[in-house]
Ligand binder design. Structure first.
Ligand code: CUA
Length: 349
């Protein structure tokens, strides 16, 4: 039967293999598409990390179960029509007699889709309303998130601290977010935690999120914003409350003026710096940015400001603020880490 439908005659050599190959290919495609749902995918919305994402999934599941019901109903009616249609009265040419103007049927198939739209619309609008205003919560933290080409800046107006590329939050807290942009349209998206919302120049958009469990959540700018868009990644680190408080305190502490060059070396040669910069005799062998060998004896930083510890600290906190248009994004170092990195770079004679 299958062979006949596929248009393959049974006797011809190799046709059985063709069918087997087609089956294997179909299974592979199915497995690949299902693998997108695996828990390990850091950017899968199917892994629910908090209430915002949960609310979206509630609507999705409602739609999915409803669609399944509609699918079974429509396919059932189709099968019924196919079977019953064989016995229907025929015209002189052997075709089924056409049916016109069944008022009851026409009302029915107008009313049913209208009911379906209402059943989809009510839960969708309810969730949209709930996601557009902050729910009451006993631990709420305000964060202003500013999109830049090509990084996100996180400002905590009430705590008077800020960071780039890494959003630090306490697990279980309500994060009350204002979204802005310094240049073009970006879109703030942490797939496991919340739906995406745009950062639009000249206006403030709003969203909230909660991370139920401590951990690291991958984020990505989800609106094409220029050549660096694909690399505009960031992470959300949900801490235990006391670890978050310690992070805030560390940010608020004045720079000690002295760092540990050994820690600095680990940060530079073992971290993201090494992806772009090379330092002779170390693991850092990047070629995108200028080599840092002999950095301490250079008169200037990036050719624009004098090579002093203060200028270097400003540069490491936010390179584009010192040299607009530089390809170097803010490395996302804490104040203390910056001091360690400065101490290390000044050993590179
Ligand atoms: Cu910012 Cu894409």
């Amino acid at each position: 039967m299958v062979r006949r439908y596929l248009g393959v005659s049974p006797g011809r050599g190799g046709s059985g293999r063709l069918i087997r190959l087609a089956s294997v290919a179909a299974l592979a495609v199915l497995a690949l598409s299902l693998s997108g749902c695996l828990d390990e995918s850091p950017q899968s919305t199917a892994v629910i990390g908090g209430e915002h994402n949960q609310r979206i999934w509630d609507v999705y599941n409602w739609l999915w179960i409803g669609s399944l019901f509609v699918f079974i109903l429509v396919e059932g009616l189709l099968l019924y029509a196919i079977v019953r249609g064989r016995a229907a009265p025929r015209t002189a040419h052997g075709r089924p007699v056409p049916v016109h103007g069944n008022t009851r049927l026409e009302i029915l198939w107008t009313v049913i889709p209208a009911i379906v739209i209402v059943l989809i619309g009510i839960p969708t609008l309810t969730v949209l309303r709930d996601l557009s205003s902050t729910p009451e919560h006993d631990n709420t933290i305000k964060v202003d998130i500013v999109g830049h080409q090509f990084y996100f800046e996180f400002r905590y107006p009430e705590l008077e601290v800020s960071s780039t590329n890494t959003l630090h939050i306490p697990a279980g807290a309500m994060i009350d977010i204002n979204l802005q942009s310094a240049d073009v349209i970006h879109s703030f998206w942490v797939p496991r935690l919340a739906g995406k919302t745009d950062n639009v120049p000249g206006r403030t958009n709003y969203m909230w999120l909660i991370a139920d469990e401590p951990g690291t959540y991958a984020g990505q700018c989800a609106e094409f914003c220029g050549l660096g868009h694909a690399l505009m990644r960031f992470q959300v680190i949900a801490h235990e409350q006391e670890d978050f408080d310690a992070w805030v305190e560390e940010q608020l502490a004045p720079p000690t003026g002295e760092g540990d060059p050994t820690i600095g070396e680990q940060l530079v040669t073992g971290g993201s710096c090494a992806a772009c910069h090379a330092i002779e005799g170390t693991a850092a062998q990047g070629v995108v940015g200028p080599p840092l060998t002999g950095f301490a004896s250079r008169p200037e930083i990036a050719g624009v400001v004098e090579n002093t510890p203060e200028n270097l600290a400003a540069w490491l906190a936010n390179p584009p603020a010192v040299k607009p248009g530089t390809a170097m994004p803010p490395p996302g170092l804490t104040e203390a880490q910056i001091q360690h990195v400065i101490a290390y770079l000044h050993t590179l004679e």
